[in-house]
Design a protein around this ligand. Structure first.
Ligand code: SF4
Length: 432
């Protein structure tokens, strides 16, 4: 859809640059770079400008030398054919890219992992073991009267969270958005967006983020009406904690917002498990839901395709011919560090800022021309970006919406999924 007054501006563009997946951007396609001119955030403005640029000079490379796409795919296939245990990382992809990556990893007998998965698998394991109750962005927007942000300010992960879900103009029911109560747990958070439009400040329970397990245990104990020790747990008056527990009990629809990468790695399981406990307790008398902020770098898009196709999450090996899920063994950082992996394929069309690990094994990088690299890989194949150069699909943070991504301008570069499928076909020829 174009705005008639400015025919180069495309309206209602969906953004794949974080899991919030806003679908209201206006993007001007006239210049060399794509310019976000309506809505959007700074991450979107920078990302569309950098990833949406047309790079006619970008060509595949083998050992730093210019090569044709066919030559680069053939070399990548040779590397995979010679590998006993290839690993596939990055995976910041839309659904189509994820399908291609799966096809290639399966053909190569590799292991797939996502750049965010060191945190993600730990959080998922808690829900696998004991279940959990999550909500959607629409429910937050229309129903949440108390929002508790646990160790995250939300906007660091998903910059327009407050703009699109909290301080909105209207809701579907009788909730007045400006009356919502906002509570932050933890120090070092950007609490400015938590101020209501009429200037009401949020409640901030400021303490070292590494003490989050204590804070959540305390809340669990208070909600269970158990005695707790001390007059000022974590340096905050017990009366404030008690009041928060009462507020959660009294709320009609509270939401606990968290983001796994905001937690100290070794505490992810503990914190998520405590959040699940709080939500479970509160739902015996009122409504409370958890909202994990995920989907950044296409992690939910990749995760969804992986589950659809195999029944397992990522960190699954295809080496035996059947999928073998083992999140502890199959972390690709671990496999590379121990020398168990002997080739790396890094596929990422949505995040060009995270560089592939410099790991000393033959490396194939399938990424935008602007991809940051710490070292020249054996093979580099530049690709187009979904939602900018070609259409696609992207799974939002709450997993209930898969947004269509639009092609805003043509690129001569192939999509990541196409490249992966081409290498898989070449690999089949090499093995035959
Ligand atoms: S909040 Fe996320 S999805 Fe929305 S415009 Fe910013 S980067 Fe894009």
């Amino acid at each position: 859809m174009t705005n008639e007054a400015t025919p180069t501006v495309v309206a209602e563009v969906a953004c794949p640059l974080c899991g919030h997946a806003c679908d209201d951007l206006g993007v001007d396609t006239a210049g060399a770079a794509l310019a976000v001119v309506a809505n959007g955030c700074e991450r979107a403005r920078q990302g569309f400008a950098r990833l949406g640029v047309i790079s006619p000079a970008a060509t595949p490379r083998i050992d730093g030398r210019q090569a044709s796409l066919d030559e680069a795919c053939a070399e990548a296939a040779r590397i995979l054919a010679a590998s006993a245990q290839p690993v596939f990382g990055g995976m910041a992809l839309d659904v189509g890219g994820a399908r291609g990556a799966m096809e290639l990893a399966d053909a190569a007998g590799g292991v797939i992992d996502h750049m965010n998965n060191e945190f993600g698998w730990r959080a998922s394991r808690v829900v696998q073991d004991g279940g959990g109750i999550n909500t959607t962005l629409a429910e937050v927007k229309n129903r949440a009267d108390l929002i508790v942000l646990v160790g995250t300010d939300a906007v660091s992960a998903q910059p327009r969270f407050f703009e699109r879900c909290v301080w909105v103009q209207e809701t579907m029911f009788d909730l007045q958005p400006a009356s919502r109560r906002i509570v932050y747990l933890g120090a070092g958070l950007d609490t400015a967006p938590g101020h209501s439009p009429d200037g009401r400040a949020p409640d901030v329970f400021e303490f070292d983020l590494n003490r989050m397990p204590e804070a959540l245990s305390l809340l669990n104990a208070l909600l269970a009406r158990q005695p707790v020790a001390g007059e000022a747990p974590l340096g905050i008056a017990l009366a404030r904690w008690q009041e928060l527990a009462e507020a959660l009990r009294a709320a009609k629809y509270s939401v606990i917002v968290w983001a796994a990468p905001a937690f100290e790695l070794s505490q992810v399981d503990l914190n998520v498990s405590a959040i699940v406990g709080i939500v479970r307790k509160l739902n015996t008398t009122t409504r409370c839901n958890s909202l994990p902020l995920a989907g950044n770098d296409g992690d939910l898009s990749m995760g969804a395709v992986h589950i659809w196709q195999t029944g397992f999450p990522m960190r699954t090996s295809y080496a035996s011919g059947t999928p073998q899920f083992d999140p502890v063994h199959n972390g690709i950082d671990r496999l590379l560090a121990t020398g168990e992996a002997d080739a790396l394929v890094w596929i990422s069309s949505l995040n060009d800022r995270v560089a592939p690990p410099a790991c000393g094994v033959p490396t194939v990088v399938i990424a935008p021309p602007s991809q940051q690299l710490d070292a020249e890989p054996r093979v580099f194949i530049p690709v187009a970006t979904p939602g900018m150069h070609h259409s696609g699909h992207f799974v939002r943070t709450d997993k209930v919406v898969t947004l269509p991504l639009r092609a805003l301008r043509a690129s001569s570069l192939p999509a990541a999924g196409q490249v992966a499928a081409m290498i898989a076909a070449r690999l089949g020829e090499v093995k035959a």
